[in-house]
Ligand binder design. Structure first.
Ligand code: BES
Ligand code: MN
Ligand code: MN
Length: 460
């Protein structure tokens, strides 16, 4: 029978204010992996994580890669007990638009229960909870109830090629384990713990339309020369049917696995307040694919969205100009069994087919990831659900999510073990947005949940 973890939980209670200070130090490092200008900071952040794991008493090392180092650590002193592999990422998204932050993004600020900073919830705060849980147990007892491994990457927000290469070449050697634990997502609602069993995949595309060799006078040449911005708008209007919400790319839905009946029933039973959902987002109504509910659309139906669109004159006032080029970035969120490369090819063919004459259209795939459904069964999954119930006082609900964590699919494939997608965030955490936050109480409960998980997994 698992102990009640009281010894460690008392220590966590006494030391939690220090843990928060350490998390703030972590958040002060601007580890923006998408911007090469921050390469030194990303490297410094890897060292910070490495030192925290080593300081907790694990054998920690930096594994060099073609880009940013992986932080690997292990403690394997619990003979005959299961091994848990904790995954997280120490890199963050760019903070812009900067002017919308109440405080600078890399100066973590406490506002009541909220810790506001880039990376607070995604994913420094959440994965730091795992580290502090293990540190607290080792400090209290000198040993852990199970074996643990950590693999923390610095490229999750920018494609994650390095970890992909490492996990595949390792093939379950160094990374052999009985379950993977990932806290990089949200709970379904405040006070409602959740276990994710599905993540979407991604095919990210960049689109550029070129016309004349320079910007032209829109009176002198307009009407006689194709306008790249007009052409781009035409192409973009052929991606999504604005009446039915269906993606218009031929073949896009061919491989899509439909929602199962039990899922539709389970989603429908979750409390969802469409009005409150809209109000929180400042919207009058939702929009999406015909025939599906908001949760079904967000969690289990594939999408196609422009992420950025640019070209032509953007300054004050009017400048009568016909732009030489225009561009867009498009993300397609995928569901099982859509293949990111196939979808990227279908997108490219469709864009070329609908492109109007008189312009040159270039389509470049950026990163991709396959969607994943994990098998939420087995004794360690049970231990995780019980640990969540111990701390939050409620049984977790099973949910899916529209976000992607590219390496999760690879873990499932290469390691063939259960993956616990146990998020401590909330859906209003503003990840990737200005004023990202993590509730401090969730940071502490994340530590407690991880402590309970380790104690319970020892008997699983
Ligand atoms: N933690 C998120 C993914 C996520 C968000 C999962 C919310 C579940 C709920 C992750 O850091 C992320 O942002 N992933 C990117 C992946 C991409 C850059 C390859 C994403 O989903 O856009
Ligand atoms: Mn994340
Ligand atoms: Mn993210």
């Amino acid at each position: 029978m698992a102990t009640d973890s009281g010894d460690v939980l008392t220590r966590v209670e006494n030391e939690q204010a220090d843990y928060l200070e350490e998390l703030k130090d972590y958040l002060r490092i601007p580890s923006i992996s998408t911007d090469p200008g921050y390469a030194d900071e990303v490297g410094r952040c890897a060292q910070f994580v490495n030192e925290k794991l080593a300081g907790a008493g694990l054998a920690a090392e930096l594994l060099d890669t073609d880009r940013y180092p992986l932080v690997y650590a292990e403690w394997l002193g619990a003979e005959g007990k299961p091994t848990l592999l904790f995954y997280g990422h120490y890199d963050v998204q760019p903070p812009d638009p900067l002017e919308e932050w109440r405080n600078p993004p890399f100066e973590p600020t406490v506002e009541g229960d909220l810790l506001v900073a880039r990376g607070a919830t995604d994913d420094k705060g959440q994965s730091f909870a795992h580290i502090k849980a293990v540190a607290a147990i080792l400090a209290e007892r000198g040993e852990l109830p199970v074996n643990v491994k950590f693999l923390i990457e610095g490229e999750e927000e920018s494609g994650g090629e390095s970890i992909e290469t490492f996990v595949r070449s390792d093939g379950g050697g160094k990374l052999a384990c009985d379950a993977v634990v990932v806290s990089d997502s949200s709970m379904y609602a405040p006070g409602q713990p959740s276990l994710l069993y599905g993540l979407k995949g991604l095919a990210y595309m960049e689109l550029r339309v070129d016309g004349p060799n320079r910007d032209l006078h829109s009176g002198t040449f307009g009407g006689a020369v194709a306008n790249p911005a007009n052409a781009l708008a035409h192409i973009v209007s052929r991606l999504l049917d604005s009446e039915t919400g269906k993606v218009m790319i031929p073949g896009f839905y061919d491989a899509v696995v439909e929602l199962e009946d039990w899922e539709r029933k389970a989603f429908a039973q979750l409390p969802h307040d469409e009005k409150a959902y809209c109000a929180e987002l400042g919207l009058e109504q939702t929009f999406g694919e015909d025939g599906y509910s908001t949760l079904e659309r967000a969690w289990a139906r594939p999408t196609c969205d422009v992420n950025g669109i640019f070209g032509g004159y953007q300054g004050e006032g009017a400048k009568t100009v016909l732009p030489a080029w225009a561009g867009a970035k498009v993300s397609m969120r995928l569901v099982p069994n859509q293949d990111p490369e196939t979808v990227a090819r279908l997108f490219t063919e469709h864009v070329q087919a609908v492109a109007p004459p008189g312009v040159r259209v270039t389509v470049k795939p950026n990163h991709g990831a396959a969607a994943v459904l994990v098998d939420a069964k087995g004794p360690i999954v049970e231990a995780a659900m019980a640990a969540q119930e111990d701390v939050w006082g409620k049984r977790p609900v099973l949910i899916r999510e529209g976000g992607s964590i590219p390496i999760v699919g690879t873990f499932a494939e290469v390691l063939s073990v259960p993956i616990l997608l146990m998020g401590f965030g909330l859906s209003d955490d503003r990840l990737h947005s200005p004023n990202e936050k993590f509730n401090i109480s969730h940071f502490y409960n994340g530590i407690r949940t991880t402590v309970r998980l380790l104690d319970r997994a020892a008997d699983a």
